[in-house]
Design a protein around this ligand. Structure first.
Ligand code: KG4
Ligand code: ZN
Length: 360
């Protein structure tokens, strides 16, 4: 591997000010490109290949990579045109380095490297999961101290402390992520992929007290080792057994009540553990982000419980909760604000990038 970091532009941290940032997201099935001036969002464009995966009931990695390759330059061009920005005016290129699907990540990162090289501008390869929390700064302003972040998506359910450039991972799911549990149970119910939004819609007119689903890792004996960890695979199995038993008895699954009970179990555990973590860390601000934070049961319960616990809730608007380029531009702006050095041009895509690492 050539070691010419000295010859690479801008390996020193960028100075203060508001750089014009191009953010590129390709960790899964959304090709997201955004422009921001520091934390001021200029424009955000998302091209999704989700419909190509729907008939397979999940993301097909090679289909996603090909779709990113096709969408990448048109999406960059559309974003520049909508933002009325010339490529030459951009100060820094930011792309998702991980975690995510390796082929998808490679397409975005390769595009970002080519742009940074051609424009002679610094490159930041950033963490997708942390970006889900950092994006809130585009809407509600820069964090003015350490915050607790609950990031819930199709791949992650994590509790992080974000303290400037430092990320501490307090807890994570030991098995399925919240969105993944929704998608898998939705499949059993015959709902289209991704099932999260469909279960959400059904749950709105259901009674959450109908079925008492398990709340894993919430017993006193779990406090020592797993106080801030999650586990949703037992809940998923309980839900699958319930559906099976109903069908064996020739009963219809009461979709609304089932969805409401299932959603309540997840929202209950997520919010209870987040409050416990904030109190344990002495933090008063909580960011909720990630695709699953679009979930209305989680939003409603978090609003009620956090305010009762004296916590300030910051949650991005729904269009910034699912994967997008704005979260990556925000992660770059955050890294620059806190003096982190850009990435070397030799960085690779890291499908299991540690959440404690903001910049690769
Ligand atoms: O963050 P994201 O767009 O992609 C990943 O990084 O995983 O999250 C996608 C996940 C999917 O599992 C989807 O079902 C879930 O977020 N999701 C929802 C809702 N909207 C999206 N889950 C529950 N309720 C929703 N309203
Ligand atoms: Zn995501």
């Amino acid at each position: 591997m050539p070691n010419d970091a000295q010859a690479q532009p801008g390996r020193a941290p960028l100075g203060p000010g508001k750089p014009l940032v191009l953010g590129i997201e390709t960790s899964c099935d959304e090709t997201g490109v955004a422009l921001s001036r520091g934390f001021d969002l200029i424009h955000d464009t998302v091209a999704s290949s989700v419909e190509e995966h729907a008939r397979f009931g999940g993301i097909v990695p090679e289909v996603a990579s090909r779709a990113h390759l096709e969408a990448m330059l048109p999406t960059v061009k559309a974003t520049l045109a909508a933002g009325n920005v010339r490529l030459a005016d951009i100060d820094v290129i930011v792309a998702t380095a991980g975690p995510g699907l390796i082929g998808s990540l490679a397409v975005g990162l390769a595009a970002a490297k080519a742009l940074a090289l051609a424009l002679n501008k610094p490159l930041y390869g950033v963490n997708h999961v942390v970006g889900h929390a950092l994006v809130d700064q585009l809407v509600h302003g820069p964090f003015d101290g350490p915050v607790l972040a609950l990031v819930v998506s199709g791949g992650h359910s994590s509790l992080l402390v974000i303290d400037g450039p430092r990320i501490i991972e307090l807890g994570r799911t030991l098995d399925d992520a919240a969105g993944e549990a929704f998608d898998k149970v939705g499949r059993l119910l015959g709902l289209p992929y991704p099932a999260g939004p469909h279960i959400d819609r059904l749950a709105r007119s259901g009674d959450p007290a109908t079925i008492s689903f398990p709340r894993a890792l919430t017993r006193p004996k779990d406090q020592a080792r797993h106080a801030f960890d999650f586990s949703f695979s037992g809940l998923k199995t309980a839900a699958a057994r319930w559906i099976e038993a109903a069908r064996d008895d020739g009963r219809e699954v009461p979709l609304n009540d089932f969805a409401a009970s299932f959603s309540a179990a997840i929202a209950d555990v997520l919010t209870a553990k987040t409050i416990a973590a904030a109190q344990h860390q002495g933090l008063d601000t909580v960011i909720v982000g990630g695709g699953f934070s679009a979930n209305s049961q989680l939003r409603d319960l978090a609003a009620d419980r956090f305010s009762a616990a004296g916590l300030k809730l910051r949650i991005p608007p729904i269009e910034l909760c699912t994967d997008n380029g704005a979260m990556i531009a925000a992660a770059g702006a955050h890294a620059i604000r806190h003096g982190l050095a850009p990435s070397d041009f030799s960085i690779g895509a890291d499908s299991s990038m540690p959440l404690t690492r903001l910049v690769a």
